[in-house]
Ligand binder design. Structure first.
Ligand code: G1P
Length: 354
């Protein structure tokens, strides 16, 4: 069995971060979202992975490489534009060959393994197996209607008037039959080849499309709130570990990971929190549910319930909460007169001054 991971897409809801970076590489508890999925596939025994990449291909390649560090073998498949999930299957035709495969959306975050779902599918006679979960706002997802036996009767993509509250989770299991369907469908109103249309076509032709409910935690990490929520969930399960340096004037409480080469001086870190390698925290307070990635400087600052990406400098700021701060960002207090907020921020940034 092979796997196809979708790591293209434009991530419009996470701009400006996604103007320059792949949304699938935003770290959750200091590990890119995409890596969680790769590890789950590997743990389910699937190591031959195709990763569909778009504009952010160089960044994804730099992070994942040939996959060997994660125990998998990666083939990159370039998609010229985000033309839909079924389009990704279409361009992966040669890579997938005649094998069964799992398709995983690289920005989906699932806690728990995939092994059970994979085994279940492989021992079934189904041509497609979908994973579903109940959601409060089904209009933002692909939505399934089931018959009494749990077979999928109908699928609709982002319906205005949802026929159920069962959303499609971004994990799909397919037999090679899907290739005929993705080749037969036409682009939808939004100009994409929809995987839901391809599966609907198979249903119309009498194929067996079964579903399984995801009982554990699942999130499409498309928005800031979702990223922060995933980060909270993972930080809550951290196994505390101090591999860096913490001076005697600092206080570390709760679940805290201080990665190698991180330095904490005259500061308080109240977990759950993770401080990345090479990061310096000086005269600061890092509160619960905070992840600071690699090589940052946090100086005379209070930071809580936030994700900070690599190489940021934050100085003299009280206080930052509920924030996602991109790479190489500098936030500091200016002593210049007149007292004013001086900003240089990217397009689509969101700044809320307290
Ligand atoms: C895609 C799928 C949708 C599915 C969702 C899960 O939507 O089209 O059917 O429910 O992923 O994350 P997108 O996130 O591309 O809007």
């Amino acid at each position: 069995m092979k796997a196809l991971i979708l790591a293209g897409g434009s991530g419009t809801r996470l701009r400006p971060i996604t103007h320059t970076s792949a949304k699938q590489l935003i770290p959750v508890a200091n590990k890119p979202v995409l890596f969680y999925g790769i590890e789950q596939l590997r743990d389910a025994g699937i190591t031959d992975l195709g990763i569909v990449v778009g504009e952010t291909a160089p960044e994804v390649r730099a992070a994942v490489g040939d996959g060997s560090a994660l125990g998998v073998e990666v083939t990159y498949l370039q998609q010229e534009a985000p033309l839909g999930l079924a389009h990704a299957v279409l361009i992966a035709r040669d890579f997938l060959g005649e094998e069964d495969f799992v398709m995983l959306l690289g920005d989906n975050f699932l806690i728990g393994g995939l092994g059970e779902f994979v085994d279940d599918f492989l021992t079934s006679d189904a041509e497609v197996q979908l994973l579903l979960t109940e959601v409060a706002e089904p209009q933002f997802y692909g939505v399934a209607v089931l018959d009494a036996q749990g077979r999928v009767e109908r699928l609709v993509e982002k319906p205005k008037d949802p026929p159920s509250n069962l959303a499609l989770v971004g994990v799909y299991l397919f037999r090679p039959l899907i290739h005929e369907a993705v080749a037969a469908i036409k682009p939808s109103a939004r100009g994409e080849l929809e995987i839901t249309d391809a599966i609907s076509l198979l249903i119309a032709q009498g194929a067996r499309v079964r579903s399984r409910m995801v009982t554990g935690y699942w999130k499409d990490t498309g928005r800031l709130e979702d990223m922060l929520e995933c980060n909270r969930k993972v930080l809550e399960t951290l196994i505390p570990r101090i591999d860096g340096t913490v001076d005697d004037a600092s206080r570390i409480t709760g679940r805290v990971v201080v990665e190698e080469g991180a330095v904490i001086e005259r500061s308080t870190v109240r977990g759950p929190a993770i401080i990345g390698r090479g990061t310096h925290v000086v005269d600061s307070y890092i509160g619960p549910f905070t992840s600071v990635y690699h090589d940052c400087v946090i100086d005379r600052t209070e930071l809580e319930h936030s994700i900070v990406l690599e190489q940021c400098t934050i100085r003299d700021v009280t206080r930052i909460e509920d924030s996602l701060i991109g790479k190489n960002v500098e936030v500091s207090r200016s002593e210049e007169s007149p007292k004013a907020h001086r900003l240089m921020v990217g397009d689509h940034s969101r700044i809320r001054l307290g």
